[in-house]
Every structure is written in C-alpha cells, then in structure tokens.
Ligand binder design. Structure first.
Ligand code: NDP
Length: 345
C-alpha cells in the first residue's frame, strides 16, 4: 500500500441510538462507536465536523426514527477530500449529518435527511466564526427571523413577550423586535440570563419564571397588555401570558420545550385557553422553519447584515470535545446554556 497514494483509512466516531428516550435522556441511550469509512466514489466528498449543534427538537423528534440510527443533528463541517467539483476541499458545509465526526456525502443519493434539507455550502461570512452557521446564521436564526416577522407580523410600538428568551432563538427574536421598535419582555430561567437580556441585548424587561410570578410581573411590565407572543416553551407559562394579551394579539408557536421530556401519553395539563382566544380574538399559529426553505438565504443575509451593523448580538455556550455531546445536549435541555449551545469537535 506504500505506492497507493489515494488510499487512506479514515475512522469516524458516531453516537448510535440504543434506546428511545424516556423522560430525560440518559447517557446509556446513546453509544459512541467507531466506523471505518470506505474510499470516495466519483461525486462524493468527505467532511470533518468542526462544530455540532444540540437543539431541543432532537428530544421529541428522535422518537420518529428506529433505534440503531446515528443520533440526529446538524453540524458545520469542513470538506477534507472530494470527488465532486461543486464541493471542493476547504469549503465548509452545513448539514444534517447526525452526531458523527466524519461523513461521506453523495449529493445525488438520498441522505438520511431529517430536516428535509440537503447539506449546503456555508455562505461567505468573512471573519465571523463558522459555528454561527448553526446558530444566528443558521436554522435558529432563520427560526427567529421568519417565525417573528411572518407569524407575529409585529408593528412598531407594540409589546411582545418572548419565552425561552435567553436561548438561541429567543435572544435573537427579542433583538429583531427591538430593532423594529417594539417593547420587548423576555421570560427565562435565571437572574444571570435576565441581566444579559436587559443590560446587553436591550430588552425592556425580563422575568425569571423560576422565582417571580409571571402574571404580576407582566402586569407591571406591560400594563397595556401584550400584542405579540413568541412562544418557545408552551405549558402554563404560555397560558399566563396569553391571558394578558390584547384584542387581535398574535401568537407564534415556535416550540414547547416544557413538555419535550414527557411522553405524549402523559403530557402535563395547563390552563384552558379558549376563552381568551375567543374574547380577545387571538390568532395562534405554529410553524416549522423549513416552511421558508426557499427563502433560507434571505434570512441568513439579513441576520448577517444586522450583525455587521451592530444590531444583532449573539452568544454561544461552547462544549469542547465530540465525546461530550451528550452532556451538552442534556445541559441545554436543563437550561445551562446562554444563547446557542454548540459543541466544538
Ligand atoms: P434554547 O437555546 O432556548 O435552549 C433551550 C432552553 O429552554 C434552555 O436553555 C432553557 O432555558 C429552556 N427550558 C428548558 N426547560 C424549560 C421549561 N420546562 N420551561 C421553560 N423553559 C425551559 O433552544 P433553541 O433556541 O434552539 O430553541 C428554543 C425553542 O424553539 C424550542 O422549543 C425549540 O423546539 C424551538 N424551535 C422551533 C423551531 C421551529 O421550526 N418551529 C426551530 C428551532 C427551534 P431557561 O433557563 O430559560 O429555562
């Protein structure tokens, strides 16, 4: 083999799903294994993960797939070998490749593609870190952009409440809303997070749902009532907010993380909402961000522009080491992250 310059042995590490999660995921639900990768065929390219993402959807969404698959998720990866001129060595891609360090991609065959999106070359973002392709310049950033603008249709001077406000999506939504001239109130799980929102991101106020009464804090922060609610958490936090909405208020239902660790057969109960929906004529709409797949670049370009103009800040909670992905995932689900939770491979 001394003479065969094209051969190489490449081992990938990956997390395989051993059990479906029950309540909070356990480390033993996943298994870290090694896999030897074959040589590239024509049209294929090989990527190495630089940053990997842990996202809340992974907890409920995984249940749709059989055990034995590689754990689902997206990553920013560098092309390190290529037999495809459209994907040259050195470029970075964003792809739903799962929790794995190295992946061979063949764009012409069907990938196991959980978010119905093919890997795409990371747009040119200059000297900004490529990890932003998983956060403010990627899926969560587009969730904030489209989920706020298209569903809430916010107007200057209105009041918006955002739950999950100090996370990747929530912290971004609040800043767009500020840029548009709204009064912005965040709800999140610690005083440190509240401080970040009000002192650094320009939120008008922030409520720690673990220590304060949301109902009375909200009556003080929004005495006129709430026009828009961007909901990342669901459950009773959301019921309390929606009972303080003004006539013709709009709710963008983005996520419901407060129930993600619970089986569908035993979901927690919360206060009934139909009376306030009827009498205040509220509009409530859920969405999945891939609805705007055909406008994906528009979101990235606008968010990039806001970053360059100093109108959009971001924060990342970085866990080092691919082997530590599970801990990063659980930590994010427990609220240990501020801003976007990512893993540096
Ligand atoms: P975050 O960065 O916000 O991380 C999750 C956060 O949820 C934690 O930091 C924690 O913060 C909070 N949390 C955890 N448990 C609870 C609970 N029981 N009640 C209230 N808050 C809780 O994640 P993302 O920004 O990536 O995602 C936020 C939401 O947006 C999720 O619900 C996700 O599913 C949804 N989403 C939806 C998309 C769509 O297309 N519809 C796309 C992307 C995300 P804290 O300390 O405040 O408790």
């Amino acid at each position: 083999h001394k003479f065969s310059t094209h051969s190489r042995t490449m081992k990938a590490k990956k997390f395989v799903v051993v059990n479906h999660f029950v309540n909070e995921a356990k480390p033993t639900d996943l298994k870290l294994v090694e896999e030897e990768l074959p040589p590239l065929k024509n049209g294929e390219y090989l990527v190495e993960a630089e940053y990997l993402s842990v996202d809340p959807y992974m907890r409920p969404y995984l249940q749709r797939f059989p055990v034995g698959i590689t754990m689902i998720g997206s990553q920013v990866a560098k092309i390190i070998e290529s037999k495809n001129p459209n994907f040259p060595v050195g470029k970075r891609i964003v792809g739903n490749l799962g929790w794995r360090t190295h992946t061979i991609i063949n764009p012409s065959t069907n990938q196991d593609d959980v978010l119905q999106q093919q890997p795409y070359v990371l747009p040119d973002i200059g000297d900004l870190p490529s990890s932003l392709g998983l956060g403010v310049l990627g899926m969560p950033g587009n969730t904030a952009y489209f989920g706020l603008l298209e569903i809430c249709k916010p107007k200057p001077g209105e009041t918006i409440v955002i739950s999950g406000a100090a996370g990747a999506v929530g912290s971004h939504v609040g800043q767009i809303a500020k840029n548009l001239g709204l009064i912005v109130i965040g709800i999140c799980g610690s005083d440190e997070k509240c401080k970040w929102l009000t002192e650094e991101l320009g939120f008008d106020s922030a409520i720690n749902y673990k220590t304060a009464s949301i109902a009375s804090s909200l009556r003080k922060a929004a005495p006129q009532g709430v026009d828009c609610y961007f909901d990342n958490v669901g459950g009773d936090i959301s019921s309390v907010v929606m009972y303080q909405m003004r006539p013709f208020g709009r709710v963008s239902v983005c996520g419901s993380i407060s129930s993600y660790n619970t089986d569908a057969s035993s979901l927690p109960k919360s206060t009934i909402l139909q009376p306030v929906i009827v009498f205040n004529q509220l509009k409530i709409e859920g969405f999945i961000v891939t609805r705007w797949a055909d406008r994906w670049n528009e979101g990235i370009i606008q968010n990039l522009r806001w970053i360059r103009e100093g109108k959009l800040r971001y924060r990342e909670t970085v866990t080092k080491g691919f082997e530590n992905m599970f801990d990063a995932f659980i930590g994010m689900m427990r609220g240990e992250n501020v801003g976007k939770a990512i893993i540096q491979a």
